[in-house]
Design a protein. Structure first.
Ligand code: EPZ
Length: 434
């Protein structure tokens, strides 16, 4: 099995360039199914979830190819099916975007229920209710979502119970070619929601208000091809900012949109870390041994502190002076990684959505296992700070969302490598992206 091995203690120094947004890419790529024509998508992060999606889309008849390392060409003119039911579909959460895209273009969709990170029940009832409001009949049988709009998709007004990122994006996709106008109230406002709206508008859609809690989608008859560049990944950026704060040193995190990182920058400054913002880069520095203040964090929908940064900031707070409280405002079980951090000496107590953290001097290296994407990268941060060696297994989960993480950390001076302690099997092993 492939593992990361880290010798802790090296301060992080230098510059790291942030890749394109994983959560933007896994929505924009399926959205290309709505387009009768060629989409050229730039700044695509080369991560497992993206590679999986390109495979699924090719199986559906889309012509998908990379023009260079990060530019994807998708031609969905000849899509030959409204079904995506292969076992690949169940391997990631973002598969659900295939429902909205197929429903939007063809008025029907048959898609396997999504998988994704395991931190509690992750239903798609908001998505289904949105599709039904748009005139589709939706049923789930044998793990397959069947959605059909017998009389076509009809624009309507709706309000989400919760500003769900996925439901907002999925309903937007289903509505872009509708007869009439759709209004989504209590919509999510995350940067990647705006990015998908901008992508669709670049292809001829008429979406207004993305980034606010009311999004208006005026149905158009067809979308044309075009070119679009994905925004930088604000969670990847935040992860390197927190790593610099935890390990100590000075790191320039480049190719960012500082506005997307405001809640993370503010929290790091509250903790006592130096954060300097420029046009498209942020520099985070902390003198080795500098005291970190204990603070409280609650994860909220954007522009609140992002849940996808919760394991990372909790890891940093393990090294703060005093007691901190982290409250998970989005998911019911997003503290599974705490047991792994405890193996490295963390003093953390979890009660439901609340984690109370008592500061320690340092982590000690240990053999630990990633339980999901962000939890896994939190273990990497702990290993970079720890006394001694840390070995992390299940790293394929980390590679779902962090492009070139080993090379990027080595470029900052980290002592990190990859081992594979099992003989390679002969056939190509399909990487599960859990
Ligand atoms: C997206 O998931 C991201 N995934 C998640 O990132 C991220 O944590 C989440 O948004 C919140 O920012 C992708 O974009 C692929 P939600 P999504 O719908 O769309 C409940 C990562 O690490 N809910 O905003 O599934 C849900 O259970 C991943 O990159 C319903 O109850 O998030 C959760 O408690 C992890 N019914 C809350 O709402 C629904 O129909 C927020 O979910 C949908 C969601």
């Amino acid at each position: 099995m492939k593992k990361y091995v880290i010798r802790g203690g090296n301060p992080l120094e230098g510059e790291v360039r942030v890749s394109g947004g994983k959560n933007a890419a896994v929505a924009i790529i399926p959205a290309a199914l709505l387009v009768k024509g060629v989409c050229i998508i730039e700044n695509v992060p080369i991560v497992n979830d993206v590679m999986l999606l390109t495979k699924i889309m090719s199986e559906m008849g889309a012509k998908v190819s990379f023009l260079d390392k990060t530019t994807l060409r998708v031609d969905s003119t000849e899509i030959n099916t409204c079904a995506a039911v292969s076992e690949l579909v169940r391997k990631m959460r973002a598969s659900y975007y295939l429902i909205g895209a197929l429903l939007g273009r063809f008025g029907k969709a048959q898609v396997g229920l999504p998988g994704g990170c395991d931190f509690g029940v992750r239903p798609i009832d908001y998505h289904i209710r949105g599709f039904e409001s748009l005139g589709a009949t939706v049923s789930i049988e044998h793990g397959i979502v069947n959605a059909v709009a017998e009389n076509g998709i009809k624009g309507t007004s709706m309000s989400l119970d919760f500003p769900s990122v996925g439901a907002t994006i999925n309903i937007m996709m289903a509505a872009v070619l509708a007869q009439g106008t759709t209004v989504i109230e209590n919509a999510g406002k995350e940067p990647h929601i705006v990015d998908i709206a901008n992508f669709l508008n670049a292809m001829g859609a008429e979406i207004r208000g993305a980034g606010t809690d009311t999004i208006k989608i005026k149905g158009v008859s067809e979308l044309h091809g075009g070119r679009y560049e994905i925004i930088p990944d604000q969670i990847e950026a935040g992860t390197y900012m927190v790593a610099a704060a935890a390990v100590g040193g000075k790191v320039k995190v480049s190719n960012v949109i500082p506005k997307h990182l405001e809640s993370i920058s503010a929290k790091l400054e509250e903790i006592g870390v130096t954060v300097k913002e420029d046009d498209d880069f942020i520099t985070v520095s902390r003198e080795p041994g500098q005291i970190l203040n204990n603070v409280n964090v609650k994860t909220l929908p954007y522009p609140g502190f992002p849940t996808d940064m919760q394991p990372q900031i909790a890891t940093l707070l393990c090294l703060a002076n005093g007691t901190s409280v982290v409250t998970e405002g989005i998911y019911e079980h997003r503290f599974k990684y705490v047991d792994e951090l405890r193996r490295m000496g963390a003093k953390m107590n979890v009660d439901g959505r609340v984690c109370v953290i008592s500061g320690i001097d340092h982590f000690t290296g240990a053999a630990v296992s990633a339980c999901d994407l962000r939890a896994g990268v939190a273990l990497v941060i702990a290993g970079l700070c720890a006394d001694g060696m840390t070995e992390i297994s299940n790293v394929h989960l980390i590679e779902r969302g962090y492009e070139d993480i080993i090379e990027k950390l080595k470029g900052l001076g980290a002592s990190i490598g990859v081992i594979d302690d099992e003989p390679q099997t002969t056939e190509t092993v399909s990487v599960s992206v859990g």
